[in-house]
Design a protein around this ligand. Structure first.
Ligand code: 2DT
Ligand code: MG
Length: 212
């Protein structure tokens, strides 16, 4: 191996409606890849550990109210504050498996009625995902899963609008995965797609920025 070829990690994002299974699938995917000897970190947005993340967290648990545009920009700022670390980690060869990203930012805020293009603007310049794994589920099916409705947004009518905005962001980096299958069946699809994109990034694919 030579010539200073960059062997960067892949930015792999899981997206989908609430209760589509993202968090457990992320965990399983990251540990599978690690078991295969890949350098992988598991991330999530919002990152509730930062000062901005704590404001977001109290908004989500409905202990505080914020203007729709203001909370939109806080979600975005929560990604910007992690941008340098995200990029340096990827460039060091570590792949990231991320539970939600800018696509959630746009889909959820647009579902509240904010302008779709306006919602995309603050994300411009962040690293683009190499692969978006969209866990596709009908809002009515998600609503039958455990603990639905404990947080803001977990209402079928709202989730239906979120789904339509997600749909408007689909491009060639997206893979739509039927999430109304067993946990293992879904995981199998994710593993194969993730392994492929990690290989592609290792062989020198350029890191792109939002919105390509
Ligand atoms: P979870 O932590 O359960 O995924 O819920 N959201 C998320 C936004 O509105 N904008 C964003 O930028 C992001 C990342 C989706 C988080 C909730 O916050 C919403 C559900
Ligand atoms: Mg949730």
């Amino acid at each position: 191996v030579g010539g200073g070829v960059e062997k960067r990690g892949a930015l792999i994002v899981l997206e989908g409606l609430d209760r589509s299974g993202k968090s457990s699938q992320c965990r399983a995917l990251a540990s599978f890849l690690r078991g295969r000897g890949q350098a992988v970190e598991e991330w999530r947005f919002p990152d509730r550990t930062t000062a901005i993340g704590q404001m977001i967290s109290s908004y989500l648990s409905e202990t505080s109210e914020l203007d729709d545009a203001a909370i939109h920009l806080l979600f975005s700022a929560n990604r910007w504050e992690k941008k340098n670390l995200m990029e340096s980690t990827l460039r060091a060869g570590t792949s990231l498996v991320v539970d939600r990203y800018s696509y959630s930012g746009v889909a959820f805020s647009a579902a509240k009625g904010l302008d779709f293009q306006w919602c995309k603007t603050p994300e411009k310049g962040l690293p683009a995902a190499d692969l978006v794994l969209y866990l596709d589920i009908q809002p009515e099916v998600a609503a039958r899963r455990g603990e639905y409705g404990v947080e803001r947004y977990e209402k079928v009518e709202f989730q239906t609008r979120v789904a339509s905005h997600y749909q408007a962001m689909r491009d060639s980096t997206w893979q739509i995965v039927d999430a109304d299958q067993t946990v293992d069946e879904v995981q199998q699809v994710l593993r194969e797609a993730a392994q492929n994109v990690i290989d592609t990034c290792k062989s020198g694919r350029e890191l792109l920025r939002l919105w390509p």
